[in-house]
Design a protein around this ligand. Structure first.
Ligand SMILES: [Zn+2]
Length: 75
């Protein structure tokens, strides 16, 4: 079983689907049991989708703009 700390370290790999099958399974099992990490991954996914939509270099992204986009999605 993965710990929450390990989940947060895997964050971007989870989003990119860049995981070995055994790791993916461990992540899946953890998400079933842990609402906090489920929320965390959901937020990460939303953020990465928004980042892909922005016509900016991701290194120059304004975090306020990302938050605004996320809030617009929730409405
Ligand atoms: Zn967790």
């Amino acid at each position: 079983m993965l710990t929450c700390r390990e989940m947060s370290e895997l964050g971007s790999d989870i989003i990119e689907g860049d995981l070995r099958l055994s790791t993916r399974w461990a992540v899946f099992m953890h998400l079933r049991a842990c609402p906090l990490c489920k929320m965390y991954v959901k937020q990460l996914k939303l953020t990465s989708e928004v980042l892909q939509q922005l016509p900016l270099n991701t290194t120059a992204v304004d975090s306020a703009a990302i938050l605004k986009k996320l809030q617009e999605r929730d409405n």
